[in-house]
Design a binder for this molecule. Sequence first.
Ligand code: LP5
Ligand code: MN
Length: 242
Amino acid sequence: MEHCLFISDLHLSDSRPRITQAFIQFLEKMAVKAQVLYILGDLFEYWAGDDTIAVGAQRASIDALRRLSKNVPVFFIAGNRDFLMADGFEKATGIKILPDPSLITLYGNPVLLSHGDALCTDDVAYQKFRNEVRSNTWQMQFLSQPLAARVAYIEQLRAKSEQEKSIKSVQIMDVNAAAVDDLLREFSYPPIFIHGHTHRPQKHMHALDRKTCERWVLGDWYEQGSYLKLDANGCHSQMLET
Ligand code: LP5
Ligand code: MN
């Protein structure tokens, strides 16, 4: 049956070769049979800039994506780890980067897609940081630094983020219910909304202004790979065999 696939939060890294292997296998065995593959952010542990491609970063994954995209369209929405992906990444992989959020139509239904971090509005420290680093001026300044300096900065930032996360509550790091409602209203009540980021895979039902919306949260790939399949009958959450 014709279907589309959705994944997010793989956090591919040279330090976790098993996940990279699982990802490449997923592309070659599963995604190749799909009509479209959507990657909703945090594909990589971090992305320091498109010039990392030239030094061989994530070569195996990038090559596998390029092979797939010759036959299956692949779309990407940036995560908080890989929002610096740009034209160089698109060219190297054949992937098209979409804005966050994006409303698409699949099998006759509007489907809203996002990474999901923008909805964590209770995490005030993160949102302040997010606003800063998503500005063009900040990104131009950051990307003008040598790659080694950027990587060193990101490593420090990762440590700071982990330290802050250890004292933030679970609720603060989840999506804010009112922010979800506002987004669903803004996009005229899409019946399906898919996002990642929180690493809490679940189907949530939203009843809002006498409309209903299924919100599907994708899982991360730390312990086991997973994906969401959407066909004319709706969404189905699937785990990869280990
Ligand atoms: O990613 P995850 O899920 O672990 O945590 C996120 C939020 N953290 C981040 C930071 C990234 O993990 C770091 C790696 C991204 C690299 C991107 C490359 C671009 C360059 C960027 C260079 C500046 O996104 C975390 C959220 C969590 O999701 C749940 O939603 O809570 O947010 C934080 O922890 C951020 C802090 O609250 C605020 C950070 C302030 C940083 C101030 C500058 C620190 C300077 C460090 C050097 C000393
Ligand atoms: Mn994320």
